[in-house]
Design a protein around this ligand. Structure first.
Ligand code: CA
Length: 220
């Protein structure tokens, strides 16, 4: 026994899914369709989607933000966890991938809870800040282009209310963050983000080895 996190082989991972995943049928179908797409490595892991939904309910989230939608899988997990008057403001630039997302959001009956903004996310976040939306969001999930992560973090932190929760995906980047030979812009941006959050006394934080690394930052 050790207090180090277990590395997961396939059989242990399958076991975890078999005793913890409760994926609604509409989400299972969206995941299956997404896995046929060429960019399917951008799909969030199902146990992570379920975890986001649990966290959103734990904090009583109503007003949510998502930066990076792809085919809307994590968006749908969160939208289904919200009360009827809850909302997700979802930022993406791809008409193609979000067309798949919209189809499943409609089918799941939560399309009216999701406000999709097709524009560069920094522009959308700046527009929200300019419209006095700072301090108004309960929950945010960032899973988009990695080079902008430090900028998404700063703006999203301003948009959260005190006690609001931000989740940031891929913060271990397949382990590349700990490999000093990796100096590409994406890996460097994730390292910069990890250093920024760790040193930031405006948040409580935890970096969890869930899927590809999931950072939780709760605004103080
Ligand atoms: Ca991701």
């Amino acid at each position: 026994m050790s207090n180090k996190t277990l590395s997961l082989n396939n059989s242990l991972y399958e076991y975890i899914l078999s005793v913890s995943l409760r994926e609604p049928e509409v989400l299972a179908r969206l995941r299956a369709e997404t896995l046929q797409q060429p960019m399917s490595m951008m799909l969030s892991a199902p146990e992570q989607g379920q975890f986001l939904a649990l966290l959103a309910q734990l904090i009583g989230a109503r007003k949510c933000l998502e930066v990076g939608v792809y085919t809307g899988y994590s968006t749908l997990w969160v939208a289904l966890a919200l009360p009827h008057d809850g909302s997700v403001l979802a930022c993406d630039v791809s008409e193609k991938w979000t067309a798949i997302a919209r189809r499943y959001w409609e089918e799941a009956g939560v399309a009216e809870r999701i406000d999709l903004q097709l524009a560069p996310a920094l522009e959308t976040l700046d527009r929200l800040l300019a419209a006095d939306q700072a301090g108004s969001f309960d929950f945010a999930f960032i899973d988009a282009d990695k080079e902008n992560y430090p900028y998404y973090y700063e703006r999203t932190l301003q948009l959260l209310r005190p006690g609001g929760l931000m989740l940031i995906d891929n913060t271990l980047w397949s382990g590349a963050v700990a490999d000093t030979s990796r100096q590409d812009p994406e890996t460097c941006a994730i390292r910069a983000l990890n250093d920024l959050v760790h040193a930031d006394d405006r948040v409580q934080m935890s970096l969890l080895p869930v899927a590809d690394g999931l950072t939780l930052a709760r605004k103080l």
